[in-house]
Design a protein around this ligand. Structure first.
Ligand code: ADP
Ligand code: MG
Length: 309
């Protein structure tokens, strides 16, 4: 703490020690917050206590409080960045307690909030989407009503269907998922958005890789999962049955809400899932996956213009 050290140094070097001491004491005791504190604790504070605590009081008046001397958290000028002092009486002296300053509290909240939304392969701007920014035009009216319904009824462990949002390219399906994730974060609910085609591509390339197991595990267990663009991937029967199938199975059993978006309606997706990469037709297995999706999510069509152009 430079100012105090400097002042103390000049106190001891200076021949006018007493004069400087009185000057600092005067400055400290005339500081409005110090005055208030002393007034409010008149019955406990003696002049002895004040003399003994002068260094602390001097530290106090030189620190920024309620962020009044700082532009930002990064440029916080306090001894402990992000913490501001409060006066308190400890034994027979006045001491300082450092608490988080308003900017630090806000910053910590934001970090916590951001950590509630995880994503894999989703563009960053989507994660800024909010329900408030959505105009509720006709093409989306149904979806917005259902989403509101979900958000007001969500409770951990309660069986609640997610949504299967389908519609053509660019109508805003992924954007809606981003808005749901943000709304959930506001309620302190963790969620994860996964862009399915890229997830599957990565799975294919990393069969031996242990990290993929922890990714699959995270997808399985996150409180609210959003699988974006299912049906746009090329899926092997292994991915369909062993990966997707087991993720969905787990989420059904644990009552973990799951959202999907797709260009296909249920029928179209079932068809897509019947033809795996090798071109084999596997209707029964596709039907089994569809059953799980239908159990987990209610279909809602999104209509409207392509917002990409
Ligand atoms: P989809 O997933 O249906 O193909 P997107 O969600 O990616 O469509 O939306 C297409 C583009 O339009 C994106 O750039 C997205 O940010 C933007 N967009 C979608 N919905 C909205 C909205 N309600 N307000 C503002 N921008 C939107
Ligand atoms: Mg999309």
């Amino acid at each position: 703490m430079k100012p105090i050290q400097d002042s103390l140094k000049s106190l001891s070097n200076n021949g006018g020690f007493q004069q400087r001491y009185e000057q600092i004491k005067h400055e400290v005791l005339n500081h409005p917050e110090v005055r208030d504190f002393i007034n409010n604790h008149q019955d406990q504070i003696t002049s002895d206590i004040i003399n003994r605590s002068l260094v602390k009081l001097y530290e106090f008046i030189n620190q920024s409080k309620e962020c009044n001397k700082c532009e930002s958290l990064e440029t916080c000028k306090n001894m402990l960045q992000g913490y501001h002092p409060l006066l308190e009486i400890k034994g027979n002296a006045i001491d300082l307690r450092y608490d988080r300053c308003p900017r630090k509290v806000m910053n910590d909240e934001q970090v916590k909030y951001k950590s509630l939304i995880k994503s894999m392969y989703i563009p960053k701007d989507i994660l800024e989407a909010s329900m408030a920014s959505l105009e509720s035009d006709e093409g989306r009216y149904d979806a917005i009503v259902q989403i509101d319904d979900f958000l007001s009824n969500y409770e951990p462990g309660k069986r609640l269907q997610g949504l299967y949002l389908y519609g053509s390219f660019g109508v805003g399906k992924t954007y809606l998922l981003g808005a749901i994730a943000n709304e959930l974060a506001r309620k302190k609910v963790a969620s994860m958005l996964v862009y399915v085609p890229e997830f599957m591509r990565e799975l294919k390339g990393s069969l031996q890789d242990q990290s993929i197991n922890s990714k699959i595990d995270a997808v399985k267990k996150v409180p609210v999962l959003m699988l974006d663009d299912i049906g746009a991937e090329s899926m092997s029967s292994w991915m369909r049955d062993d990966i997707l199938g087991s993720i969905l199975q787990y989420r059904m059993l644990e009552n973990l809400p799951t959202f999907f978006t797709s260009n296909f309606d249920f029928k179209g997706l079932e068809h897509h899932l019947s033809y795996t990469q090798r071109g084999e037709e596997e209707k029964v297995k596709a039907a089994r996956i569809m059953e799980r999706i239908k159990y987990l999510a209610k279909p809602v069509e999104l209509k409207g213009k392509n917002r990409r152009y």
